[in-house]
Design a binder for this molecule. Structure first.
Ligand SMILES: Nc1ncnc2c1ncn2[C@@H]1O[C@H](COP(=O)(O)OP(=O)(O)O)[C@@H](O)[C@H]1O
Ligand SMILES: CC(C)(COP(=O)(O)O)[C@@H](O)C(=O)NCCC(=O)O
Length: 308
């Protein structure tokens, strides 16, 4: 009898298998440098950087070179002289899953390669509609949902960077003001690699979407119940940090007892962030080139890579 082999476009590796693919690459980060990259409540240690992020940085380095060669075939075909095309990486996942930490570590590691030292990181919160516009559209309780973003502006920005524009700029969001910062821009000047991090970056569009411009994409994944717990724990921790700032939109939460804060965070999670995860973000997971799966203790123990 012939054995039926399950065909899949993905390969799933446990951390012990994935870490072998580091291929003796040296660890370029110190403990102090890592601490500076870690977000609130994110316990990632140097062992995880070595086991998970170094093989990933090696894979991306190989893909940057391959993609460059592929672009050259198109320019040769067109008979054009085109500037080097930046390699664009999307990083998606739920609120509170730790995308920011993943993005910052990856940025630091990718910038250590001599062939692509200039790596920029842009978060999509800058492309949220300003507060006044969200109020006007009745979207204040849908922050982070696809419709709360100016998706055309985000697509335009990434298109500019990928087209080799000398200067492109993105608006800047402040968690303290809970709004776009008027007049402030993040400027990007022809990076070798651009990381675009945000909840919904892997969403397909009715026409061209930003995800169509990604050369590689990462989905940071965990069980929804675990992410809910991380969200609530972070909310409690934010009382003593960001919420303590009298300018913070959430300042009134800084005096809440643990019990009151838990109830408030649970409410925000259940009414905004969980529905967004379930309805909009999770369905984009199969589209990612790579899925980093975290366990209850935040440790990344499984990696799924799209090989086809
Ligand atoms: N209300 C807030 N005030 C200040 N900082 C916040 C607030 N909410 C989230 N942050 C910070 O913003 C960053 C992005 O958070 P989030 O969108 O939940 O994504 P992730 O946890 O996946 O990085 C994190 O570094 C987090 O600590
Ligand atoms: C700013 C965010 C929408 C995330 O933006 P991103 O950069 O992922 O596009 C999110 O962190 C947020 O603040 N959500 C609002 C609901 C809440 O406060 O939990």
């Amino acid at each position: 009898m012939t054995r039926v082999r399950e065909l899949s476009p993905y390969v799933e590796l446990h951390r012990e298998q994935w870490r072998e693919l580091r291929n003796a690459m040296p660890l370029p980060l110190t403990e102090d440098e890592l601490v500076a990259l870690r977000g609130l409540g994110e316990p990632v240690d140097l062992a995880e950087v070595a086991d998970v992020y170094l093989p990933l940085s090696r894979l991306i380095n190989l893909q940057v070179a391959a993609r460059q060669r592929l672009h050259e075939t198109t320019t040769t075909f067109l008979g054009e002289e085109r500037p080097k095309v930046p390699f664009v990486i999307g990083i998606a996942g739920s609120v509170a899953v730790g995308k920011s930490t993943t993005s910052r570590i990856l940025r630091a590691l990718l910038a250590r390669w001599p062939d692509h030292p200039s790596v920029d990181l842009v978060t999509t919160d800058g492309f949220l509609h300003p507060k006044a516009e969200l109020v006007r559209r009745g979207l204040m309780h849908r922050k982070g949902f696809p419709e709360s973003y100016d998706r055309r502006a985000l697509l335009r920005f990434v298109t500019e960077v990928k087209s080799g524009e000398p200067v492109a700029s993105a608006p800047v969001y402040s968690h303290v003001a809970y709004d776009i910062v008027p007049g402030e821009r993040q400027v990007v000047r022809q990076p070798d690699i651009l990381l675009v991090e945000g909840l919904n970056v892997l969403q397909p569009g009715p026409s061209l979407a930003v995800s169509d411009l990604f050369d590689f994409s990462i989905y940071v994944d965990a069980h929804t119940d675990h992410i809910a717990r991380w969200y609530v724990d972070r909310f409690l921790a934010l009382r003593g940090t960001a919420f303590a700032d009298p300018e913070s939109h959430f300042h009134h939460f800084s005096q809440l007892s643990d019990e009151e804060a838990r109830a408030e965070a649970h409410h925000l999670w259940k009414t905004i962030n969980e529905p967004n995860l379930v309805d909009n973000i999770l369905p984009t997971r199969p589209r990612a080139t790579l899925v980093l799966r975290k366990d209850a203790d935040h440790a990344i123990n499984r990696v799924r890579l799209r090989k086809l």
